[in-house]
Design a protein around this ligand. Sequence first.
Ligand code: NI
Length: 153
Amino acid sequence: MPDLFSDTDTDDYENQEHDLSRIGISLPSNLLNSFDKILNSRGYSSRSEGIRDAIRSYIRYYKWMADMTGIRQGVITIVYDHHQRGLIAAITDIQHDYMDLIQASLHSHVSHSRCVEVLLVKGDAKNVKSVAERLMAQKGVETVKLTTIPLEG
Ligand code: NI
């Protein structure tokens, strides 16, 4: 049984996909409904194929995060539920912990319960990643998207 997470080459695990494992997972039904809608609109033949693709993107994203080094300029986009108890305070606390890294922030009220916040960051990739990961780990945070560019080159 290949260990997907220890492979360094994307093609490797994609080539090993004849070796299938079956898993059972529990999901909130609204999450599954949203996922199914996307699968429908994109023409997926099965939910399993959609989940495989989602897991591949997740792995690719984390590998990219792990490979990111040096001084970076970046943007972190956070979408969150502002009705989640304690979340705004937690997000603010995290930003204060990284005040030397965060150059600017922009907040917009998307709807009655959702907010989007965009952080402009510049600093060591290690710190850029850790602020993104800490934000992502908060309950009520829907998505955290990080894009960066190296300063040299
Ligand atoms: Ni807001």
